[in-house]
Write a protein that binds this ligand. Structure first.
Ligand SMILES: [Cu+2]
Length: 310
């Protein structure tokens, strides 16, 4: 049997095989019985027709047995359905964008990829959007499938329990190149996943990379500023580049554009203007700690965080 690579895949298979086997037995049994009756009770063999009265026993039998079978099918199906529609609260969120004729994935830190990479044994919730027509996100090895409908958000969650690379398909005919609308999902061990995550982030080069090192190293900027959009002591640096921000300067609100000059000033003279909504926690003044070159590198890093990958 194909691999059951998601936590609920075996439930789907149990329901499928139960229904398939019961249907096969019934189809075969009824067909054989019909053929037997045609032969055994033909007019040739039975010139005088017989009459029958109802049989309580038979009527009960063919009411009760199918009812039990159908209830078992319902139970197996409903159980599987519940597991598939209840995403654990700690699921990692990945956004999926479908369009004619490809899939794009967006990770919590803003990275975008065209194949899905997920950690092993971790619940992942996909929030899915279509940019044009109806598509259907389908991972056969995971036994899941969900329509992606324009104008509304759909979700699908899974916990991958098997390492490897599996096919991702579109299961809704969506135009000429529908059959090319496929990609893969790669399930990696936690450590490998983290390495992959860093690998992509490390695609930054040159000055921006130097800036990143200063950010984590002698600048210790990460103590107060996040790069993933979360709010800690100071404003996040994600998306800061060239954005408009309200600051409080000399007791008055002022709108600034976070360009090179503003960022330089904010590093060297941090208390001069405070971003609205944040406390004036005296940031280290970096005069004398960071030189002109370091600051230039930090600006490059912030630039990188702003427009890549977005
Ligand atoms: Cu499609």
């Amino acid at each position: 049997m194909r691999s059951q690579a998601a936590s609920y895949a075996s439930q789907v298979d149990v329901a499928f095989w139960f229904i398939f086997i019961v249907s096969t037995i019934l189809l075969t049994g009824i067909t054989l019985f019909m053929i037997f009756c045609l032969y055994r009770y033909s007019k040739k063999r039975n010139p005088t027709p017989a009459t029958f009265d109802g049989s309580i026993f038979l009527e009960t039998l063919w009411t009760v047995i199918p009812t039990i079978l159908v209830m078992i099918m319902f139970y197996l199906g409903y159980e599987g359905f519940l597991s598939m529609r209840q995403a654990p609260a700690d699921s990692m969120i990945i956004k999926v964008y479908a369009r004619m004729w490809n899939w794009r994935f967006e990770y919590p830190d803003g990275r975008k990829t065209d194949k899905l990479v997920v950690p092993l044994n971790k619940p992942v919730k996909l929030l899915m959007y279509s940019e044009d027509v109806i598509h259907s996100f389908y991972i056969p090895a995971f036994r899941n499938k969900e329509d992606v409908v324009p104008g509304r958000e759909n979700f699908l969650w899974f916990k991958a329990i098997e390492e490897g690379t599996f096919d991702v398909l579109c299961a809704e005919y969506c135009g000429d190149l529908h059959s090319y609308m496929s990609t893969t999902i790669e399930v990696l061990k936690q450590e490998e996943y983290e390495a992959w995550e860093k690998g992509i982030v490390l695609e930054i080069k040159g000055e921006a990379l130097k800036g990143k090192e200063i950010f984590h190293g002698k600048g210790a900027c990460m103590a107060c500023h996040s790069v993933d959009g979360s709010k800690i002591l100071g404003p996040t640096l994600k998306g800061l580049w060239n954005s408009k921000t309200i600051v409080i300067q000399d007791g008055k609100e002022r709108e600034v554009v976070a360009n090179e000059d503003y960022i330089k000033e904010a590093i060297l003279n941090p208390s001069k203007a405070i971003t609205k909504g944040y406390e004036n926690i005296p940031m280290n003044a970096y005069k004398g700690i960071l030189d002109e070159k370091d600051i230039k590198a930090l600006v490059e890093y912030i630039k990188y965080l702003g427009d890549n990958p977005k």
